[in-house]
Write a protein that binds this ligand. Sequence first.
Ligand SMILES: Cc1cc2nc3c(=O)[nH]c(=O)nc-3n(C[C@H](O)[C@H](O)[C@H](O)COP(=O)(O)OP(=O)(O)OC[C@H]3O[C@@H](n4cnc5c(N)ncnc54)[C@H](O)[C@@H]3O)c2cc1C
Length: 404
Amino acid sequence: MLIHVLSDAKCRKVMSYPFKYHDYFDLDDTLPEEVQMARDAVRSWVDSVVSPVIETHAMEATFDPTWFSELGALGCFGPALPAEDGGQGLSETAYGVLMRELERGDTAIRSMASVQGSLVMYPIASFGSTEQKEKYLPRLGRGDWIGCFGLTEPGHGSDPGSMETRLQKVAGGYKLSGSKMWITNAPVADVAVIWAKKEDGKVQGVLLDLKKEGVKVETISGKWSLRASVTGTIYMDEVLISVDDLLPKATGLGYAFKCLNKARYGIAWGAIGAAMDCYHTALSYAIERHQFNKPIASFQLTQKKLAEMITTISQAQLMAFRLGKLADQGAVTSAQISMAKRAHVEMALKVAREARQILGAMGITNDYPVMRHMVNLETVITYEGTHDIHLLITGHDVTGLPAY
Ligand SMILES: Cc1cc2nc3c(=O)[nH]c(=O)nc-3n(C[C@H](O)[C@H](O)[C@H](O)COP(=O)(O)OP(=O)(O)OC[C@H]3O[C@@H](n4cnc5c(N)ncnc54)[C@H](O)[C@@H]3O)c2cc1C
């Protein structure tokens, strides 16, 4: 069975170094009390529920399905959406902080929340009908139903505008045909937001019940990265779609990009969480581990690594807080989000690689979280727009000249 709850959970080593939540510029102190409380609840859930079992889940490519309802109860699905849309009515900054805390645990957990909140609930809340909102949002917000987002196809990743999935008009609605690949949570999802082209070539967002006749979902196996997250391919063979299943305001590829912007914003914060966990592990290890009768933390070369790690983490935290402020003012641009996503994932990968070196041979084991974060980040650097595509977005923004 793909998913199972672990009974003999293997605890990863408890780190003795006290400053677990490294915030060099005390940025979290600027958060309102309600956001600090939400952060503490998620932090404590990650520490007590996720961290003790995540290494085993990652090794066995499983996850605990009860995490969906627990994430729902913690308000992690669309925290910045209004309460009537299944969210918490918190700020965009609060949403980012919660994604950071989840990814300290594992990228798979943050991905669950990103997909459900930003790629499924957000488009229904923003582009859906009243009936669609009433039917889906409360259930998705609680984690009773699981959603997924189908944009990527086997032949079209960075260039979704060339998608081949088609919506063909027939009596009483449409027929949906095509395939979507690399879809997070597809094998366990109830509903998918699918992006397809109509006969006039315009892209349309569709709500697809994954139990419908003509739909087949296959799990993608063999991933070395994001192993505690389930990924699938959705095949659609002339699936009958009623007009009521179309997202009425999602009438163009730009609407899919609006969803991606929301998720990329969360990733820009989440990657910092992975880096914080790697830094904490490396710092604790370096203080405890002795070579040449001294802690390895006393060597200048180790201190250089640690000092540079906390410097780049702090730079990312500062950029994330500014990004949050702009998002809260409704003034953030998609190019600013692209820059932050790209810079922070690169930063986190560098931190993870340096942390792994500090741990020596132990760094490659699952006694420590570093290698798991490192391989997870290899997905994060590719999904939601690859590293190079985000660079081209910045290039386009500063020159006015598209180079895609
Ligand atoms: C674990 C995982 C989960 C995912 N979850 C989802 C999901 O839930 N929903 C979904 O829709 N998708 C999902 N994806 C897909 C992801 O968004 C795509 O993998 C990503 O957009 C890149 O597409 P691709 O893999 O086809 O790479 P390609 O587009 O084939 O790119 C390959 C390489 O070519 C480069 N390249 C492409 N075009 C250009 C250009 N014009 N100039 C320079 N370089 C270029 C890229 O930067 C990259 O390095 C997921 C992927 C993974 C790995």
